[in-house]
Every structure is written in C-alpha cells, then in structure tokens.
Design a protein around this ligand. Structure first.
Ligand code: C5P
Length: 220
C-alpha cells in the first residue's frame, strides 16, 4: 500500500523542517527533508572542487552523488557516500550556494525521481515530505498539501534567535536572498489550488504542529 503523503512547502525559516519532523514523530510517519538533499548535493559539488556556478560541471557531479537519507524522524541523518554530512549541510557556506545548484533543471529531475522512490519505499503508514515544490511538482496528488508560511520578519527573527549582532543581520540578509533566488525557480510563496495555508506568524512551535495535524485529520 502506498503511504499517506503529507506534502509541506514554504519559504526559508518557516519552521517547515522542525514542524514536519515533529508531526511525523507524533503520527508515527516517516519524514523527508528534500532541502537536505539539495544541500547534500551542494556539499558534494564543493567537496569535488567544482564551481557551483557552472551548471554543466554541477550536472557532471550527479552520477557520483551517493546520497543516503533516513526517513525515521527520530534517528535522522544524511550521508554522502560514507561521510555523515548532517551537520555540515547546515553551514552558512552551503546555504549561500545551494540555490545555484537547485536551479539546474537536470538536478531537479534527478532529485525529484529520488524523492519519489524514497516516498514509494516508505515502510510506515505515511510520510511527511517538506520542501519548496512538493505540493506542486514532487507529489501534486498527495491527499494532504500544506503551505507553511510566516511573515519574513518572524522567520528572520526565529532564524537568528541564537545569533548576535553582525551574524544575526547576515543570517537575515541571506534568508531574504535565498528566497528571492529560489522563487525564480519554483513558487512557494502562494498556495496552489487545493493547498491549505498554515500561517505560523502568531503561533508558537506546538501550536503550529497542532495546526498541521489538524489539517491532516480534517482530510481523513
Ligand atoms: O529547506 P532548505 O532551506 O533546507 O532548502 C535548501 C535549499 O534547497 C533551498 O534554498 C532551495 O534552493 C533548495 N530546495 C529546492 N526544492 C525543494 C527543497 C529545497 O529547490 N523542494
């Protein structure tokens, strides 16, 4: 039986990853962070000494991209070959270049196929899949489709909560730039037809998790 797919899209800093992971944990579902795959590819391209700005060279890195990601929300880890890149892919240096890798059409085709096979092989009853184009491209037929948003001020404030001074400001600027670049490739700022918007601007983490679970329950 195919797992119940919960598709979640949204901009940077919307809390998609942490909220989706917690929703999956509470429901006993799998969890797939597609942004982590784009980040892992950016890491692989950099580790291969290739210029992320050169699309043809980025594409040449795809055959050697041995990406492994678990879908268990409890023991979540990302590997490229034998290297555990779970922490490294969160580095600001990766955030700064990931959009250049993600805009290459061959990259998207390759990763979308990968995501669909991970979804098809999910052993539990459902899987929460989050990213930018899940509701529209990766799983447009998903029974549950959600756009998780929050005002840019709130997203920047959450992202830079642990940072101070210059690095907090830099994080805010980077978030804005990344959304701008990513929006040129896929539209995740407005909800597509049939997609339910959950706006977390005025909600805390638990309230956001409850709101998403509420949308899932309402569809079943
Ligand atoms: O979700 P996260 O911020 O970790 O995503 C990192 C990057 O991966 C995004 O900035 C975007 O360039 C790319 N991405 C994408 N499509 C997705 C998920 C992420 O292009 N479905």
């Amino acid at each position: 039986v195919f797992p119940l797919v919960v598709a979640v899209d949204g901009p940077a800093g919307s809390g998609k990853s942490s909220v989706s992971k917690e929703v999956a944990r509470r429901l006993g579902f799998g969890f797939l962070d597609t942004g982590a795959a784009y980040r892992a590819l950016a890491w692989h391209v950099e580790a291969s000494g290739v210029d992320t700005d050169d699309a043809a060279s980025v594409v040449s890195c795809l055959p050697s991209f041995a990406y492994r990601i678990g879908t268990d929300p409890a023991g979540y880890a990302v590997h490229v070959g034998e290297v555990d890149v779970t922490t490294a892919i969160r580095d600001p240096e990766i955030s700064a270049v990931v959009s250049r890798v993600a805009r290459v059409p061959e990259v998207r085709t390759h990763l979308i196929e990968l995501f669909r096979s991970i979804i098809a092989e999910e052993p539990t009853a459902g899987i929460v899949v989050e990213g930018r184009d899940i509701t529209t491209v990766v799983a447009p037929d998903a029974p549950v489709r959600i756009l998780l948003t929050a005002s840019e001020d709130v997203r920047i404030a959450r992202r830079s909560a642990e940072l101070v001074g210059d690095s907090a400001q830099a994080a805010g600027e980077q978030l804005h730039r990344r959304d701008e670049a990513d929006s040129k490739v896929v539209d995740f700022m407005t909800a597509a037809d049939g997609v339910t918007t959950v706006d977390s601007t005025e909600l805390d983490f638990d309230q956001t998790v409850d709101a998403v679970i509420g949308v899932i329950r309402a569809t079943q």
